[in-house]
Design a protein around this ligand. Structure first.
Ligand code: SAM
Ligand code: F3S
Length: 440
Protein backbone atom coordinates (compact mmCIF):
# COMPACT_ATOMS: atom_id res chain seq x y z
CA UNK A 1 0.00 0.00 0.00
CA UNK A 2 1.23 3.51 -0.83
CA UNK A 3 2.07 5.75 2.12
CA UNK A 4 -0.86 8.00 1.14
CA UNK A 5 -3.91 5.82 0.81
CA UNK A 6 -7.54 6.04 -0.20
CA UNK A 7 -9.78 5.42 2.79
CA UNK A 8 -13.41 4.60 3.39
CA UNK A 9 -15.15 5.02 6.75
CA UNK A 10 -18.31 2.99 7.46
CA UNK A 11 -20.36 4.11 10.47
CA UNK A 12 -23.02 2.30 12.50
CA UNK A 13 -24.97 3.67 15.45
CA UNK A 14 -25.64 7.00 17.12
CA UNK A 15 -24.70 10.62 16.36
CA UNK A 16 -21.73 10.25 18.71
CA UNK A 17 -20.33 7.59 16.38
CA UNK A 18 -21.04 9.78 13.36
CA UNK A 19 -19.11 12.58 15.08
CA UNK A 20 -16.19 10.22 15.89
CA UNK A 21 -16.12 9.11 12.24
CA UNK A 22 -16.07 12.76 11.15
CA UNK A 23 -12.96 13.15 13.33
CA UNK A 24 -11.28 10.05 11.83
CA UNK A 25 -12.05 11.26 8.28
CA UNK A 26 -10.82 14.77 8.99
CA UNK A 27 -7.57 13.51 10.53
CA UNK A 28 -6.91 11.13 7.63
CA UNK A 29 -7.54 13.94 5.13
CA UNK A 30 -5.22 16.24 7.11
CA UNK A 31 -2.59 13.47 6.91
CA UNK A 32 -2.77 13.58 3.12
CA UNK A 33 -4.99 10.55 2.50
CA UNK A 34 -7.98 10.70 0.14
CA UNK A 35 -11.57 9.49 0.34
CA UNK A 36 -12.46 6.41 -1.73
CA UNK A 37 -15.92 6.09 -3.29
CA UNK A 38 -16.59 2.71 -1.65
CA UNK A 39 -15.03 0.19 0.73
CA UNK A 40 -14.15 -2.05 -2.23
CA UNK A 41 -12.18 0.83 -3.81
CA UNK A 42 -10.21 1.74 -0.68
CA UNK A 43 -6.72 0.91 0.62
CA UNK A 44 -7.90 1.39 4.21
CA UNK A 45 -11.40 0.71 5.54
CA UNK A 46 -12.33 1.95 9.01
CA UNK A 47 -15.53 0.51 10.49
CA UNK A 48 -16.96 2.48 13.42
CA UNK A 49 -19.21 0.10 15.31
CA UNK A 50 -22.28 0.07 17.57
CA UNK A 51 -22.77 -2.49 20.36
CA UNK A 52 -26.13 -1.37 21.75
CA UNK A 53 -28.08 -4.28 20.28
CA UNK A 54 -26.80 -7.63 19.01
CA UNK A 55 -28.11 -6.89 15.50
CA UNK A 56 -26.11 -3.65 15.39
CA UNK A 57 -23.00 -5.52 16.53
CA UNK A 58 -23.46 -8.21 13.86
CA UNK A 59 -23.34 -5.55 11.13
CA UNK A 60 -19.60 -5.33 11.79
CA UNK A 61 -19.12 -9.01 11.03
CA UNK A 62 -21.24 -8.79 7.87
CA UNK A 63 -19.07 -5.92 6.65
CA UNK A 64 -15.88 -7.80 7.51
CA UNK A 65 -17.17 -10.90 5.69
CA UNK A 66 -17.96 -8.81 2.61
CA UNK A 67 -14.46 -7.32 2.62
CA UNK A 68 -12.75 -10.73 2.65
CA UNK A 69 -13.16 -11.06 -1.13
CA UNK A 70 -11.61 -7.62 -1.75
CA UNK A 71 -8.74 -8.57 0.58
CA UNK A 72 -8.07 -11.79 -1.33
CA UNK A 73 -7.74 -9.76 -4.53
CA UNK A 74 -5.71 -6.98 -2.87
CA UNK A 75 -3.84 -8.32 0.16
CA UNK A 76 -2.53 -4.79 0.86
CA UNK A 77 -6.07 -3.64 1.85
CA UNK A 78 -5.99 -2.76 5.57
CA UNK A 79 -9.01 -2.86 7.87
CA UNK A 80 -9.50 -0.94 11.12
CA UNK A 81 -12.35 -1.45 13.60
CA UNK A 82 -13.29 1.24 16.10
CA UNK A 83 -16.08 2.21 18.46
CA UNK A 84 -18.21 0.33 20.92
CA UNK A 85 -17.83 -3.26 19.60
CA UNK A 86 -14.05 -2.86 19.61
CA UNK A 87 -14.18 -1.55 23.18
CA UNK A 88 -16.63 -4.21 24.38
CA UNK A 89 -15.33 -7.32 22.65
CA UNK A 90 -11.63 -6.41 22.45
CA UNK A 91 -9.36 -9.01 20.87
CA UNK A 92 -12.29 -11.39 20.37
CA UNK A 93 -13.01 -9.28 17.26
CA UNK A 94 -9.56 -10.18 15.88
CA UNK A 95 -9.95 -13.91 16.46
CA UNK A 96 -13.53 -14.08 15.17
CA UNK A 97 -12.94 -12.04 12.02
CA UNK A 98 -9.35 -12.97 11.15
CA UNK A 99 -8.93 -10.02 8.77
CA UNK A 100 -8.65 -6.97 11.05
CA UNK A 101 -5.36 -5.02 11.17
CA UNK A 102 -6.29 -2.37 13.70
CA UNK A 103 -8.61 -2.29 16.70
CA UNK A 104 -9.18 1.05 18.46
CA UNK A 105 -11.50 1.81 21.34
CA UNK A 106 -14.01 4.61 21.77
CA UNK A 107 -11.45 7.11 23.08
CA UNK A 108 -8.63 6.67 20.57
CA UNK A 109 -9.98 7.99 17.28
CA UNK A 110 -7.36 10.76 17.24
CA UNK A 111 -4.62 8.16 16.86
CA UNK A 112 -6.00 6.39 13.77
CA UNK A 113 -3.63 8.11 11.25
CA UNK A 114 -0.59 7.21 13.37
CA UNK A 115 -1.81 3.61 13.74
CA UNK A 116 -2.43 3.39 10.00
CA UNK A 117 1.22 4.34 9.33
CA UNK A 118 2.36 1.60 11.71
CA UNK A 119 0.02 -0.98 10.22
CA UNK A 120 1.27 -0.16 6.71
CA UNK A 121 4.85 -0.61 7.93
CA UNK A 122 3.76 -4.13 8.79
CA UNK A 123 3.64 -4.13 12.58
CA UNK A 124 0.87 -6.77 12.69
CA UNK A 125 -2.57 -6.28 14.19
CA UNK A 126 -2.51 -3.21 16.47
CA UNK A 127 -4.81 -2.93 19.46
CA UNK A 128 -5.43 0.20 21.54
CA UNK A 129 -8.40 0.15 23.88
CA UNK A 130 -6.96 2.63 26.40
CA UNK A 131 -9.85 4.71 27.69
CA UNK A 132 -7.68 7.35 29.32
CA UNK A 133 -7.03 8.82 25.85
CA UNK A 134 -9.00 11.94 24.99
CA UNK A 135 -10.92 12.10 21.73
CA UNK A 136 -11.94 15.70 22.55
CA UNK A 137 -8.43 16.80 21.61
CA UNK A 138 -9.15 16.59 17.87
CA UNK A 139 -9.08 20.25 16.72
CA UNK A 140 -12.31 21.35 15.08
CA UNK A 141 -10.49 22.26 11.87
CA UNK A 142 -9.67 18.54 11.55
CA UNK A 143 -13.30 17.35 11.83
CA UNK A 144 -14.78 16.46 8.41
CA UNK A 145 -18.41 17.35 9.18
CA UNK A 146 -20.77 15.18 7.13
CA UNK A 147 -23.38 17.93 6.75
CA UNK A 148 -22.80 21.51 5.55
CA UNK A 149 -25.72 22.67 7.67
CA UNK A 150 -25.83 20.85 11.01
CA UNK A 151 -22.52 20.38 12.83
CA UNK A 152 -22.22 17.93 15.71
CA UNK A 153 -20.26 19.15 18.71
CA UNK A 154 -19.48 16.69 21.50
CA UNK A 155 -20.28 18.30 24.86
CA UNK A 156 -19.74 15.24 27.02
CA UNK A 157 -18.94 11.56 26.69
CA UNK A 158 -19.80 8.47 28.69
CA UNK A 159 -22.63 7.88 31.13
CA UNK A 160 -22.96 7.67 34.92
CA UNK A 161 -26.30 5.85 34.81
CA UNK A 162 -26.54 2.12 35.24
CA UNK A 163 -29.51 1.06 33.11
CA UNK A 164 -29.75 -2.70 33.40
CA UNK A 165 -29.93 -3.32 29.63
CA UNK A 166 -27.29 -0.92 28.36
CA UNK A 167 -23.64 -1.49 27.35
CA UNK A 168 -22.82 2.20 26.90
CA UNK A 169 -21.29 2.76 30.38
CA UNK A 170 -19.00 -0.20 29.64
CA UNK A 171 -18.01 0.97 26.18
CA UNK A 172 -17.87 4.74 26.61
CA UNK A 173 -16.98 4.80 30.30
CA UNK A 174 -18.18 7.25 32.92
CA UNK A 175 -19.20 10.83 32.19
CA UNK A 176 -16.52 13.29 31.10
CA UNK A 177 -17.63 16.85 30.28
CA UNK A 178 -15.73 19.26 28.09
CA UNK A 179 -14.92 22.74 29.40
CA UNK A 180 -17.41 25.42 28.30
CA UNK A 181 -14.63 27.47 26.68
CA UNK A 182 -13.54 24.58 24.47
CA UNK A 183 -17.13 24.05 23.32
CA UNK A 184 -17.61 27.78 22.67
CA UNK A 185 -14.37 28.03 20.70
CA UNK A 186 -15.50 25.13 18.53
CA UNK A 187 -18.97 26.63 17.98
CA UNK A 188 -17.53 30.06 17.09
CA UNK A 189 -15.20 28.37 14.60
CA UNK A 190 -18.12 26.50 13.02
CA UNK A 191 -20.20 29.67 12.71
CA UNK A 192 -17.21 31.46 11.12
CA UNK A 193 -17.03 28.61 8.59
CA UNK A 194 -20.70 29.10 7.73
CA UNK A 195 -22.52 26.44 9.77
CA UNK A 196 -25.99 27.73 10.68
CA UNK A 197 -26.86 24.95 13.16
CA UNK A 198 -25.05 23.16 15.95
CA UNK A 199 -26.18 19.99 17.74
CA UNK A 200 -24.56 19.37 21.11
CA UNK A 201 -23.97 15.67 21.77
CA UNK A 202 -23.71 13.50 24.85
CA UNK A 203 -25.16 10.17 26.02
CA UNK A 204 -26.98 12.09 28.75
CA UNK A 205 -26.15 15.56 27.54
CA UNK A 206 -28.46 17.31 30.00
CA UNK A 207 -26.38 15.90 32.89
CA UNK A 208 -23.61 18.27 31.71
CA UNK A 209 -21.70 19.99 34.51
CA UNK A 210 -18.29 21.59 34.31
CA UNK A 211 -16.69 24.07 36.69
CA UNK A 212 -20.04 25.05 38.16
CA UNK A 213 -21.77 25.45 34.77
CA UNK A 214 -24.79 23.18 34.33
CA UNK A 215 -26.50 22.24 31.07
CA UNK A 216 -28.85 25.23 31.12
CA UNK A 217 -25.77 27.45 31.57
CA UNK A 218 -23.99 25.76 28.67
CA UNK A 219 -27.06 26.18 26.45
CA UNK A 220 -27.27 29.89 27.31
CA UNK A 221 -23.58 30.39 26.49
CA UNK A 222 -23.81 28.58 23.13
CA UNK A 223 -27.13 30.25 22.25
CA UNK A 224 -25.42 33.64 22.60
CA UNK A 225 -22.71 32.91 20.00
CA UNK A 226 -23.20 35.64 17.37
CA UNK A 227 -24.23 34.34 13.95
CA UNK A 228 -25.55 30.95 15.07
CA UNK A 229 -29.06 30.40 13.66
CA UNK A 230 -30.14 27.22 15.44
CA UNK A 231 -29.11 25.13 18.41
CA UNK A 232 -30.15 21.55 19.23
CA UNK A 233 -28.89 18.82 21.54
CA UNK A 234 -29.30 15.10 22.15
CA UNK A 235 -29.80 12.77 24.11
CA UNK A 236 -31.46 13.86 27.34
CA UNK A 237 -32.27 11.78 30.40
CA UNK A 238 -35.55 12.43 32.29
CA UNK A 239 -33.74 12.53 35.66
CA UNK A 240 -31.90 15.71 34.65
CA UNK A 241 -34.98 17.60 33.44
CA UNK A 242 -35.69 20.43 35.89
CA UNK A 243 -37.14 23.94 35.96
CA UNK A 244 -33.87 25.56 34.80
CA UNK A 245 -33.70 23.21 31.83
CA UNK A 246 -37.36 23.92 30.94
CA UNK A 247 -36.73 27.67 31.24
CA UNK A 248 -33.75 27.41 28.88
CA UNK A 249 -35.96 25.69 26.30
CA UNK A 250 -38.54 28.45 26.77
CA UNK A 251 -36.25 31.49 26.77
CA UNK A 252 -33.30 30.88 24.46
CA UNK A 253 -33.91 32.32 21.02
CA UNK A 254 -31.95 29.95 18.80
CA UNK A 255 -32.56 26.81 20.83
CA UNK A 256 -35.20 24.77 18.99
CA UNK A 257 -38.34 23.47 20.74
CA UNK A 258 -37.43 19.82 20.25
CA UNK A 259 -36.47 17.22 22.83
CA UNK A 260 -35.56 13.53 22.57
CA UNK A 261 -36.40 12.13 26.00
CA UNK A 262 -36.15 8.31 26.14
CA UNK A 263 -38.76 6.77 28.46
CA UNK A 264 -38.08 3.06 27.64
CA UNK A 265 -41.27 1.70 29.27
CA UNK A 266 -44.62 2.73 30.73
CA UNK A 267 -44.56 0.10 33.47
CA UNK A 268 -43.23 0.97 36.92
CA UNK A 269 -42.08 -2.59 37.55
CA UNK A 270 -40.08 -2.63 34.32
CA UNK A 271 -38.70 0.89 34.85
CA UNK A 272 -37.51 -0.17 38.29
CA UNK A 273 -35.89 -3.34 36.95
CA UNK A 274 -34.28 -1.25 34.18
CA UNK A 275 -32.88 1.06 36.90
CA UNK A 276 -33.99 4.12 34.98
CA UNK A 277 -34.37 6.20 38.13
CA UNK A 278 -37.94 7.46 37.56
CA UNK A 279 -41.48 6.15 37.59
CA UNK A 280 -44.20 6.44 34.96
CA UNK A 281 -45.80 9.28 36.97
CA UNK A 282 -42.38 10.94 37.38
CA UNK A 283 -41.84 10.90 33.62
CA UNK A 284 -45.32 12.34 33.00
CA UNK A 285 -44.58 15.11 35.52
CA UNK A 286 -41.42 16.05 33.61
CA UNK A 287 -43.40 16.15 30.37
CA UNK A 288 -46.02 18.37 32.05
CA UNK A 289 -43.29 20.71 33.36
CA UNK A 290 -41.75 20.98 29.90
CA UNK A 291 -45.06 21.51 28.10
CA UNK A 292 -46.16 24.16 30.60
CA UNK A 293 -42.95 26.06 29.79
CA UNK A 294 -42.92 25.36 26.03
CA UNK A 295 -46.40 24.46 24.72
CA UNK A 296 -45.16 23.91 21.15
CA UNK A 297 -42.36 21.52 22.26
CA UNK A 298 -41.87 18.49 19.99
CA UNK A 299 -41.10 15.39 22.05
CA UNK A 300 -39.62 12.15 20.77
CA UNK A 301 -38.64 9.03 22.70
CA UNK A 302 -37.08 5.56 22.75
CA UNK A 303 -38.90 2.44 23.94
CA UNK A 304 -37.73 -1.08 24.61
CA UNK A 305 -40.30 -3.87 24.28
CA UNK A 306 -39.91 -7.51 25.30
CA UNK A 307 -37.68 -6.69 28.28
CA UNK A 308 -37.24 -9.82 30.45
CA UNK A 309 -40.55 -10.71 32.09
CA UNK A 310 -42.56 -7.99 30.29
CA UNK A 311 -46.17 -9.22 30.45
CA UNK A 312 -48.95 -8.29 28.05
CA UNK A 313 -50.38 -5.95 30.73
CA UNK A 314 -47.04 -4.26 31.22
CA UNK A 315 -46.72 -3.82 27.46
CA UNK A 316 -50.22 -2.27 27.46
CA UNK A 317 -49.01 0.21 30.10
CA UNK A 318 -46.38 1.33 27.59
CA UNK A 319 -49.03 1.63 24.86
CA UNK A 320 -51.15 3.73 27.27
CA UNK A 321 -48.21 5.97 28.14
CA UNK A 322 -47.52 6.56 24.45
CA UNK A 323 -51.18 7.51 23.97
CA UNK A 324 -51.10 9.75 27.04
CA UNK A 325 -48.01 11.70 25.94
CA UNK A 326 -48.57 11.86 22.19
CA UNK A 327 -44.94 11.76 20.99
CA UNK A 328 -43.89 13.48 17.77
CA UNK A 329 -41.57 10.58 16.97
CA UNK A 330 -40.73 7.21 18.48
CA UNK A 331 -37.91 4.69 18.20
CA UNK A 332 -39.09 1.26 19.30
CA UNK A 333 -36.51 -1.45 19.96
CA UNK A 334 -36.85 -5.16 20.73
CA UNK A 335 -34.89 -5.98 23.88
CA UNK A 336 -31.51 -7.47 23.11
CA UNK A 337 -29.47 -9.17 25.88
CA UNK A 338 -26.00 -7.62 25.97
CA UNK A 339 -22.72 -8.80 27.50
CA UNK A 340 -21.79 -7.37 30.88
CA UNK A 341 -25.19 -5.78 31.58
CA UNK A 342 -27.08 -6.59 34.76
CA UNK A 343 -30.25 -7.56 32.85
CA UNK A 344 -28.29 -10.53 31.52
CA UNK A 345 -29.07 -12.24 34.83
CA UNK A 346 -32.77 -12.14 33.93
CA UNK A 347 -34.37 -14.70 31.69
CA UNK A 348 -34.80 -13.24 28.17
CA UNK A 349 -38.20 -14.93 28.06
CA UNK A 350 -40.34 -12.91 25.65
CA UNK A 351 -40.23 -14.86 22.36
CA UNK A 352 -38.69 -13.01 19.37
CA UNK A 353 -41.97 -13.21 17.43
CA UNK A 354 -43.78 -11.55 20.34
CA UNK A 355 -41.10 -8.83 20.62
CA UNK A 356 -41.56 -8.16 16.90
CA UNK A 357 -45.34 -7.97 17.33
CA UNK A 358 -44.98 -5.43 20.15
CA UNK A 359 -42.62 -3.33 18.02
CA UNK A 360 -45.15 -3.46 15.17
CA UNK A 361 -48.12 -2.54 17.36
CA UNK A 362 -46.37 0.56 18.68
CA UNK A 363 -44.97 1.61 15.32
CA UNK A 364 -48.33 1.30 13.56
CA UNK A 365 -50.05 3.29 16.28
CA UNK A 366 -47.35 5.94 16.16
CA UNK A 367 -47.57 6.25 12.37
CA UNK A 368 -51.33 6.86 12.60
CA UNK A 369 -50.79 9.44 15.33
CA UNK A 370 -48.04 11.24 13.40
CA UNK A 371 -50.17 11.32 10.24
CA UNK A 372 -52.92 13.01 12.23
CA UNK A 373 -50.55 15.41 14.02
CA UNK A 374 -48.86 16.38 10.74
CA UNK A 375 -52.22 16.92 9.04
CA UNK A 376 -52.98 19.51 11.72
CA UNK A 377 -49.95 21.54 10.53
CA UNK A 378 -51.44 22.02 7.04
CA UNK A 379 -52.20 25.72 6.63
CA UNK A 380 -49.54 26.80 9.14
CA UNK A 381 -46.24 28.47 8.27
CA UNK A 382 -43.02 26.86 9.46
CA UNK A 383 -39.53 28.30 9.65
CA UNK A 384 -37.38 25.79 7.75
CA UNK A 385 -33.60 25.53 7.59
CA UNK A 386 -32.73 24.20 4.12
CA UNK A 387 -30.57 21.08 4.56
CA UNK A 388 -30.51 19.11 1.30
CA UNK A 389 -31.12 19.40 -2.41
CA UNK A 390 -33.13 16.25 -3.21
CA UNK A 391 -33.40 16.90 -6.96
CA UNK A 392 -32.87 19.97 -9.15
CA UNK A 393 -35.24 22.61 -7.76
CA UNK A 394 -36.45 20.35 -4.93
CA UNK A 395 -35.26 21.03 -1.39
CA UNK A 396 -35.80 19.67 2.06
CA UNK A 397 -35.11 20.91 5.52
CA UNK A 398 -36.29 20.78 9.10
CA UNK A 399 -38.73 22.96 10.96
CA UNK A 400 -37.73 24.23 14.40
CA UNK A 401 -39.66 21.23 15.80
CA UNK A 402 -37.45 18.93 13.66
CA UNK A 403 -40.17 17.98 11.20
CA UNK A 404 -38.92 17.16 7.72
CA UNK A 405 -40.36 19.58 5.11
CA UNK A 406 -40.09 19.19 1.30
CA UNK A 407 -40.57 22.19 -0.99
CA UNK A 408 -39.37 23.78 -4.25
CA UNK A 409 -36.48 26.21 -4.38
CA UNK A 410 -32.97 26.81 -5.74
CA UNK A 411 -29.85 25.08 -4.42
CA UNK A 412 -28.45 28.49 -3.33
CA UNK A 413 -30.87 28.39 -0.39
CA UNK A 414 -28.90 25.56 1.22
CA UNK A 415 -28.10 26.53 4.82
CA UNK A 416 -30.62 29.41 4.83
CA UNK A 417 -33.89 29.90 6.70
CA UNK A 418 -37.15 30.11 4.77
CA UNK A 419 -40.77 30.56 5.83
CA UNK A 420 -42.69 27.64 4.30
CA UNK A 421 -46.47 27.43 4.06
CA UNK A 422 -47.49 23.83 4.74
CA UNK A 423 -49.75 22.45 2.01
CA UNK A 424 -49.56 18.68 2.50
CA UNK A 425 -48.58 16.04 5.03
CA UNK A 426 -47.79 12.38 5.60
CA UNK A 427 -46.74 10.40 8.69
CA UNK A 428 -43.05 11.19 8.24
CA UNK A 429 -42.88 14.55 6.47
CA UNK A 430 -44.63 17.75 5.46
CA UNK A 431 -44.73 19.41 2.05
CA UNK A 432 -45.13 23.09 1.36
CA UNK A 433 -44.24 26.18 -0.66
CA UNK A 434 -42.16 29.16 0.26
CA UNK A 435 -44.45 31.82 1.67
CA UNK A 436 -44.65 34.95 -0.44
CA UNK A 437 -43.26 37.88 1.52
CA UNK A 438 -45.86 40.66 1.87
CA UNK A 439 -45.02 43.87 -0.05
CA UNK A 440 -44.76 47.02 2.06
N1 SAM B 1 -28.27 7.77 26.36
C1 SAM B 1 -29.54 7.49 25.90
C2 SAM B 1 -30.56 7.40 27.09
O1 SAM B 1 -30.55 8.24 27.94
O2 SAM B 1 -31.41 6.54 27.12
C3 SAM B 1 -29.61 6.36 24.92
C4 SAM B 1 -28.58 5.27 24.83
S1 SAM B 1 -28.79 3.98 23.63
C5 SAM B 1 -27.41 4.26 22.61
C6 SAM B 1 -30.13 4.38 22.56
C7 SAM B 1 -31.34 3.55 22.79
O3 SAM B 1 -31.12 2.20 22.46
C8 SAM B 1 -31.83 3.54 24.21
O4 SAM B 1 -32.55 4.67 24.55
C9 SAM B 1 -32.65 2.27 24.26
O5 SAM B 1 -33.99 2.52 23.90
C10 SAM B 1 -32.01 1.41 23.18
N2 SAM B 1 -31.27 0.29 23.80
C11 SAM B 1 -30.18 0.36 24.59
N3 SAM B 1 -29.82 -0.87 24.99
C12 SAM B 1 -30.70 -1.74 24.43
C13 SAM B 1 -30.85 -3.16 24.50
N4 SAM B 1 -30.04 -3.91 25.22
N5 SAM B 1 -31.87 -3.72 23.81
C14 SAM B 1 -32.73 -2.94 23.08
N6 SAM B 1 -32.63 -1.60 22.99
C15 SAM B 1 -31.62 -1.01 23.66
FE1 F3S C 1 -27.41 3.70 28.50
FE2 F3S C 1 -29.04 4.40 30.42
FE3 F3S C 1 -26.77 5.70 30.05
S1 F3S C 1 -29.63 3.85 28.34
S2 F3S C 1 -26.39 5.53 27.89
S3 F3S C 1 -26.97 3.60 30.71
S4 F3S C 1 -28.77 6.56 30.60
Amino acid sequence: MKSKSRFFVETFGCQMNVNDSEKVEGLLLADGHERAASAEDADFVFINTCAVREKAQEKLFHSLGRLKKAQRERPELKIGVGGCVAQLEGEKVLSRAGNVDLLVGTHNVARVPEFLRRVVEGSGPLVDLDRSADSFTVPDADVAHSSDVRAYVTAMEGCNHVCSFCVVPRTRGTEVCRPVDAILTEVRGLVARGYPEVMLLGQTVNAYEHDGVDFAGLLAAVDAVPGLLRLRFTTSHPSHVDARFAAALRDLQRLCPYLHLPVQSGSDRILDSMRRGYTRAGYLEKVALLRAAVPELALTSDLIVGYPGESEDEFQETVDLVDAVGFDGLFVFAYSARPGTTALRLDDDVPETEKKRRVRVLNERQQRFQAQRHAERVGSTEQVLVETVDAPGRLSGRSRRFQLVHFDGPAEWLGQLRQVEITGSGPNALTGRVAVQPLH
